[in-house]
Design a protein around this ligand. Structure first.
Ligand code: DSN
Length: 426
């Protein structure tokens, strides 16, 4: 068959885009070459519905081993007893948890999307807000910090079956113990979605959610630097407190219910090529090199936040504990949308984001979100953060000036030559 030059030319263009620009989207990263190589393998040809040793297809002896490796390595990373590595994405991981512990109409309590939460934490446009009765807590206006009093009050009055913590645009650590306390008092389960800070939690640089949250979900492609995908985890299996039954009417442990929820509940055949890539990434996370990487993420985030504050940028909550920061641009007289568009012209990729109590819509927004996981993978250190802040500032202060944008783009492209990406790919 002839090589599909149309598609491969586009893939090469994307490689060039990733190499030449500054990637600040907080949910993105660059996998190692071996993680990508594992994905582009014959494992994509294999159907393997079920779990290692319990499949509905023949010929799974090899993929049983790659999937088991991924499970075992993930358990070692977080010191946990249960891991399901099959969810195709973080949204699927969350859907599986919901299916396992909730019935349609049950009450859930999550962080409001407009305050930094996630679609799958109950947004009305998502299945989680359509199938379940979703309630929300937020952040405090004065501090930008999670409003734990509001969370506690809502838990006590609403009595949700599930409290969801975790966020996609929150730069501070979480008090998981406090959330568990009110959950125990009100009879709720706690699920933590650690998709963003998982890599920092893996290296104990942030609070550990596993002792306090019954179930923990994550993506594998953000700070964990693996292939695009999801995972569901528990430190300890526990008896299902609501007496939920499987389709045969048997009451099961949570691990059995979660496995059933991923498959056959919401997914069919697992992506065994992606699971092999997860195994490779998990092996990398167990290395000292990754520990250094995670520590460097924190140093870079601190340096970038300071550089922005020095230029009078308003970071929500006044700083960051993790890899990201959310900036309120209202004192700079530009919307998140305009800022995003101008930054992209200079090959600086970041995304517009609502800030808490935003007066603009999700399409316009008053904020922009920056994360340093990807630039840290490129090899940047604290000193390099000043160049990023200077370049972003020049664009934001001159978003209509095409000459300035062109000159910043050139300096960005030159700067990035110092940080080679996938040199093996030619
Ligand atoms: N869209 C992802 C993010 O950027 O945070 C979360 O799903």
């Amino acid at each position: 068959m002839q090589r599909d030059t149309q598609v491969f030319n586009l893939i090469n263009q994307e490689l060039h885009r990733q190499r030449s620009g500054i990637e600040l989207i907080a949910s993105e990263n660059f996998t190692s070459l071996q993680v990508m190589q594992a994905m582009g393998t014959v494992l994509t040809n294999k159907y393997a519905e079920g779990y290692p040793g319990r499949r509905y297809y023949a010929g799974c002896e090899i993929v049983d081993q790659t999937e088991q490796l991924a499970i075992d390595r993930l358990k070692r990373i977080f010191d946990i007893e249960y891991a399901n590595v099959q969810p195709h994405s973080g949204a699927q991981a969350n859907a599986a948890v919901h299916l396992a512990v909730l019935n349609p109409g049950d009450k859930i309590l999550g962080l409001d999307l407009s305050m930094g939460g996630h679609l799958t934490h109950g947004s009305p446009v998502n299945y989680s807000g359509k199938l379940y009765e979703a309630h929300f807590y937020g952040v405090k206006k004065e501090t930008g910090l999670i409003d734990y009093e509001m969370l506690e009050e809502k838990a006590r009055t609403i009595k949700p079956k599930l409290i969801i913590c975790g966020a996609s645009a929150y730069s501070r650590d979480w008090d998981y113990a406090r959330i568990r306390k009110v959950a125990d008092e009100t009879g709720a389960l706690v699920m933590a979605d650690i998709a963003h800070p998982a890599g920092l939690i893996a290296k104990k640089l942030l609070n550990d959610p596993f002792d306090h949250c019954h179930i923990v979900t994550s993506t594998t492609h953000k700070t964990l630097r693996g292939p695009r995908g999801g995972i569901v985890m528990m430190r300890k299996d526990f008896e299902n407190p609501f007496g939920l039954k499987d389709n045969k009417g048997n009451t099961r442990t949570m691990s059995a219910l979660l496995d059933l929820a991923v498959f056959p509940g919401i997914q069919g055949g697992p992506l065994e090529h992606v699971i092999a890539a997860k195994a490779v990434a998990f092996g990398e996370i167990l290395s000292d090199e990754y520990t250094d990487y995670a520590k460097q993420i924190l140093k870079n985030a601190q340096a970038l936040a300071k550089a922005f504050v020095d230029k009078d940028y308003n970071i929500i909550s006044n700083g960051t504990d993790n890899h990201l920061m959310l900036i309120d641009l209202r004192n700079k007289n530009i919307s998140g949308k305009k800022a995003e568009q101008a930054l992209v012209k200079a090959e600086i990729t970041a995304n517009k984001n609502m800030v808490p109590f935003d007066d603009k819509s999700a399409f316009i927004t008053s904020g922009v979100r920056f994360g340093v996981a990807a630039v840290t993978t490129r090899g940047m250190k604290e000193n390099d953060m000043q160049f990023i802040a200077d370049s972003v500032d020049k664009i934001i202060m001159n978003a209509e000036d095409e000459n300035i944008i062109t000159s910043v783009k050139k300096s960005v492209n030159d700067f990035m030559l110092q940080f080679p990406l996938y040199p093996e790919l030619g």
